[in-house]
Design a binder for this molecule. Structure first.
Ligand SMILES: Nc1ncnc2c1ncn2[C@@H]1O[C@H](COP(=O)(O)OP(=O)(O)OP(=O)(O)O)[C@@H](O)[C@H]1O
Ligand SMILES: [Mg+2]
Length: 325
């Protein structure tokens, strides 16, 4: 039985301009802008929430099935994910469009000019989950991560209809989605993940109270960056888990995806909700301490040592047998 991860697959192309954009703008000539910035650095990162979560699950020894849409430029990225334990056999390759791409130039004053091309992602809604289930021989959990909105709604609906347990992870799509779509994405989820800001936004847009959300989902996990993680379930005590002490974030992006991967992997190993949240926190720490969302690794002994320092030796003993060598 498999964990199926649906969500965005994208690359980031980040450039640095040593001057200031504002020095290049000519006052009174803004209606005919034609500017080229000579940049001195280009960094490319693999990303997209779906691919990030699948990467984390692969590192933890699961064989997650990635479901999303990409373009013909996906070859290298495909082999990277496959090498890290991800089953990419259900990824849809667009014949016309490129893989989604975020391009951003930052100047010396930290101003940014960025574009997001969603590209092939718009074809994610063409993917049905039933053939995926058939190919891999059973589905334990479907993660419905941030993606093309039509695809998110459709994957969620298919999960409900076919009875696949699912994890709702609307993330940044909450910013513009309306209450009706959000209610549709959340209703009946086994697991709901948000950060603290998204938690508030979800309540505001759906018009639901905390209790009304908890009546519709099994477990609601809310991440609070350095302040730890809160886990709520209807009729149960709220669980609070600390963030790993002495975490030194160099780039917080991707922490949320890594946390979800750690949590889901630990639940697949059969560990309890609190322990799984601790594993999530520890994986998130590894992710935020490097630049890029798929650049971290989880070397077994150092990982367990730090885990034991943060959450105690007994907790580490429970995790140890499941961590890949
Ligand atoms: N400053 C920090 N110190 C310790 N842990 C952190 C820090 N920032 C992030 N994390 C870890 O990453 C997890 C997710 O971070 P956060 O709550 O900021 O989610 P997010 O805003 O959704 O992240 P993302 O940028 O990946 O979308 C946290 O629960 C925590 O484990
Ligand atoms: Mg997030």
């Amino acid at each position: 039985m498999s964990v199926v991860v649906t969500g965005s697959i994208a690359t980031d192309h980040l450039m640095t301009f040593p001057g200031r954009f504002t020095d290049q703008f000519v006052e009174g000539k803004m209606e005919n802008v034609s500017l080229s910035f000579l940049v001195d650095d280009l960094v490319q990162h693999r990303g997209g929430a779906g691919a990030n979560m699948a990467y984390g699950l692969g590192l933890l020894g699961l064989r997650p099935v990635l479901v999303g849409a990409v373009g013909s430029d996906f070859d290298d990225y495909d082999s990277w994910l496959s090498r890290h334990g991800v089953d990419t056999g259900s990824v849809h390759w667009s014949e016309l469009k490129h893989t989604a791409r975020f391009t951003c130039t930052t100047d010396a004053a930290n101003n940014q000019i960025a574009s997001f091309y969603s590209g092939a992602m718009s074809e994610a809604s063409l993917i049905e989950l039933a053939p995926v289930e058939k190919r891999v021989g059973g589905v334990d959990l479907v993660i419905v991560g941030p993606n093309d909105p039509t695809a998110m709604a459709q994957h969620t609906r298919e999960c409900r209809e076919r009875g696949y347990p699912f994890l709702a992870d609307p993330s940044q799509q909450l910013a513009w989605a309306d209450g009706e779509l959000i209610r549709e994405l959340v209703e009946g989820a086994d697991l709901l993940f948000t950060n603290e800001y998204e938690h508030a936004l979800l309540l505001q847009k759906t018009g639901w109270t905390d209790a009304e959300v908890l009546a519709r989902v099994g477990t609601w996990v809310t991440t609070r960056a350095a302040n730890g993680v809160r886990v709520e379930q209807a009729g149960a005590e709220t669980i609070e888990v600390i963030a790993v002490p002495e975490t030194k974030p160099v780039e917080p992006t991707g922490g949320g995806d890594a946390l979800r991967a750690g949590f889901v992997a630990a639940r697949q190993w059969g560990l309890g909700v609190e322990r799984a949240t601790q594993v999530g926190s520890a994986v998130a720490t590894a992710a935020v301490e490097v630049i890029g969302t798929q650049e971290y690794s989880l070397p077994r002994e150092p990982f367990l040592e730090r885990f034991a320092e943060a959450f105690g030796p007994d907790a580490a003993d429970e995790v140890a047998p499941h961590l890949p060598a």
